[in-house]
Design a protein around this ligand. Sequence first.
Ligand SMILES: *Cc1c(COP(=O)(O)O)cnc(C)c1O
Length: 469
Amino acid sequence: MSSVRKSNVGSNLDARRRLPSVDRLLNAPPVAALAEHVSHDVLVDVARGVLAAARQEASSDAPPPLEHLASRIVAQVERILAPSLRRVINATGIVLHTNLGRAPLSVATQRAMAAAATGYSNLEYDLSAGERGSRHVHVETLLTRLTGAEAALVVNNNAAALLLVLAALAAGREVIVSRGQAVEIGGGFRIPDVLRQSGARLVDVGTTNRTRLADYADAITTATALLLRVHTSNFRVVGFTESVPLPALVRLGHERAVAVADDLGSGCLLDTARFGLGGELQEPRPQDSVAAGADVICFSGDKLLGGPQAGLIVGRREPLAALRRHPLVRALRPDKVTIAGLVATLQHYQRGEAERALPVWQMIGAGQEDLSQRAQRWAAVIARQSRTLEVSVRDAESAIGGGSLPGVTLPTAVVSLRPRQRTVEDIAAALRRVTPPVIGRIERKALLLDPRTVLPGDEPALLAAITAL
Ligand SMILES: *Cc1c(COP(=O)(O)O)cnc(C)c1O
């Protein structure tokens, strides 16, 4: 027994000794060719790693051939060079999929962002005066015109907007929030935590399902800085519920000289009745909050607005001026690319073409008839070319997602794929490995692909990936 082990160790050592040197590996043709694409330091690092691994596994008396080692290096370098953030095809049917980057942008928005990235701009330069200007002016006029507010300000995202509002208007003082609205928005973003971070004190009133105006009124003291309303974006409480409408909250605030802030979440600028999302299903609109008299209103740029990630704040002149003076503004300010994209997106609303120009609204507005035709077309192509998949088309529901319209679904048609030999998880994983990766959703042992969220230009890539399975 022991002699066998000894002889193994002996041949291992031998195999290890016969591994090529780092230099020889670097000179192997496929590795040498990489020198153009990756720095020498990275190449040496990878070569050392591959050699170390080969040393570990040298179990037989023959070391792996040089070509094997070289191809391992090539594969590793390719992995290193591939960007981790990649475009994917969203076939989940969830329009504002937070994990998949929320809103796809309009063509004009993409162009504006590329232009801002390409060269210099008058980001903070007043062209008529020839002196320093403000980066906030570019969006302010658009936002005030679209919402009717007196003033506007943009920061990095809506979480930042809320933090700034609380820090600037309520630090060291009290903010009254309904218990039913002291919620978690997603990704661990909790209203009570943000409040604590801002230095304000949370005073929660009412109960989870019912809060009345008197609950707010009774809680107001000389320490009260704000009444905060938070839109419960990602869930719906049904049944025995009561909350205070914004106009009533505003009346109370103004009677008692306390400002009212409204965190809308999505901030939908359109009347969505024509999408079948009217009445109860209409997401709150910033212009309605302005009209109701809220002092400060904040919402996201990349939810139903359909633009780049940003936090938009609109409201009355004085509180907005206090926000602008706060040191956090500098830390939370958006970059030039975001500002350029936001301007282009808001211009679609100003021109009355948002529904046609913004992918988010095109997707929400897509009719079931059209979606069904697309699904039929995909199914026909797949059925013709694939023997390993059982293909069918069926009616299903798409979701809006991204903390907008919880529980609301849109009727759609999906392609359902059932693999004959492999598991459905297997084909879902295989589709995630192609370029660009295709993400669908699994339901009852079938992979469902919803055309609603697949950009028309991505269809050929999607079909090629499936037929290659
Ligand atoms: C989504 C959301 C936020 C956070 O917005 P981000 O733009 O994701 O930072 C804050 N409040 C509400 C009510 C939301 O729905």
